[in-house]
Write a protein that binds this ligand. Structure first.
Ligand code: FES
Length: 180
């Protein structure tokens, strides 16, 4: 799926969901593209959006929740300001991604599949980034990095410019209070 990104301003969730519905609701097999379109823009799937998606796709809410739960890519909570995804597929495993994950957990002070309490980082697994020749691989905010050992991981993290505290994470949290 397209890279997670951090736009300068937080997108309007209601408008985002409306655009995704307009673009994908009437295409065969449109549910996944529709859900991806929402997440690509917002960084997550606000749970309030799912009943609306179910309605327009003529599906039950349970069916939509089942799809969202099945695919690890979908998030039902806002991500941190930085999203680090480390490849856990075969080639990267063979080239040391276990050690890389352990280093990332220590360096960022957090577990996989989580967002740090300060909202600074989300750390997630991903299963093949198409960069197997340069294993182990990871993305940070959608930017691909290859041959990432612990030292390179630290370089990437250290080179990143700090993001302001006021991020769309907070904005999205506030928006989540409203029905979509
Ligand atoms: S297995 Fe990690 S990029 Fe393909």
């Amino acid at each position: 799926m397209p890279a997670h990104s951090h736009p300068a301003t937080s997108p309007d969730p209601v408008a985002t969901v409306g655009r995704a519905i307009t673009a994908h609701a009437h295409e065969p097999g449109g549910l996944l593209p529709l859900l991806h379109a929402i997440q690509d823009e917002l960084g997550w799937l606000p749970p309030e959006a799912l009943p609306r998606v179910a309605d327009v796709m003529n599906l039950s809410r349970a069916e939509v929740h089942g799809v969202v739960s099945f695919y690890h890519d979908f998030r039902l909570k806002p991500p941190g300001r930085r999203v680090v995804r480390i490849c856990r597929a075969e080639s990267c495993q063979a080239m040391g991604s276990d050690a890389l994950v352990e280093h990332a957990r220590q360096r960022l002070g957090m577990e996989m599949h989580s967002t740090r309490p300060d909202g600074g980082f989300t750390l997630e697994p991903v299963y093949c980034l198409g960069n197997c020749a340069l294993s182990p691989s990871m993305t940070v905010d959608g930017t691909l990095h290859g041959r990432v050992d612990p030292a390179r991981f630290d370089e990437v993290i250290d080179e990143m410019s700090p993001l302001p505290e006021a991020s769309r994470t907070l904005a999205c949290t506030a928006e989540a209070e409203k029905p979509l």
